[in-house]
Design a protein around this ligand. Sequence first.
Ligand code: SF4
Length: 351
Amino acid sequence: MINIDVLVAGCHTRCKHCYVNGGPGPWMPLEDALLCIEKLDILAQYLPDEVTFTLDHEPMAHPDIVQILDATTHTRWIQNYHHGMTTGVGLIHRKDKRAVIEAYMNGGYRSFGITIHGSPAHHDEMVRRKGAYESAIAAAEYLKAQGADVEVSLMLNRYFTQDQASMTAMLETLQPNCVAFVIPIFTPHRHMLDFEPYRASIETVQSLRGAWEEWRQDGEQVEGRARQNTIAAGIERLRSMTDLKELFVQPQEEQYFTLHQDCQLYVGNSGAETRCLGDLRHINLEQTAELIKALPGNRDYGAFYDLEALPSRDMLIRALEGLPQHMIYGDFESVIYRGLEELRTPTRILE
Ligand code: SF4
């Protein structure tokens, strides 16, 4: 599977947990966006695997998103993968809101998601924009009124204990179609260390026992997952391994690419670009397809580490021992990346 992140616009927020280096940025001119969609379709024709592209970061921030979405419905070889998440800020301030939602629905997309980080004040703090909570909720209400399905992702942080009542009230009023509970992972991106002081601990999750039913979650499953992915549990698992490299040499089937607003095409997911393949408007697409076919998979961030430069398992364990042991990461790999980052730039985490 191949996916190409197409960044037609930047975001209105600067989320502390952002693992794709999002944030405010320029728009891709409409003419370029339409040409690039055509070029991606031709490129996909030369590739053997299923190829999708994702209009990523905040497509609703693009002034011409309606025309761009219309163009995505005319591709033959490549499909637009709509992840559906939005901050709501772009949508709610547009005059053509109805046309934007219609354009998504004409493309077969009727599900949208917002992420909530706690009470209004804590949400705004986390995404570094005043009024962002209000916009997210207003956008979700607007989407529901237009007949779209709305999912709310509750992204765990240490404020959840004190914000439980506010979040329950929000869900009761909004009545989304679905509620997800998300434990943020750690990835080697520039914003990630900013999120660390807000990371939840196992005690945070245990304090939410009264909320699971109202938040439509299987509390036992969430607690189990959280327990398995603390720093302490990660160290235990590392002790049972003989060689750290084992984790980094697993074959990866999926390939990720990113197209920036200036039409430069890169190998690697947004925020983890490793090589520029050139300006999509002008490169030879057949040759680029041959080059892509020869590249290894890069779904997991482990693909970006230099195996020869990896520390020993014991050094990594020592770095992890210096971190708060009860902090929860989304998975074991995320614990490892956090430890590697700690070796590179030691940080102090507020408990
Ligand atoms: S998390 Fe999403 S909305 Fe937030 S800065 Fe990153 S790309 Fe933008």
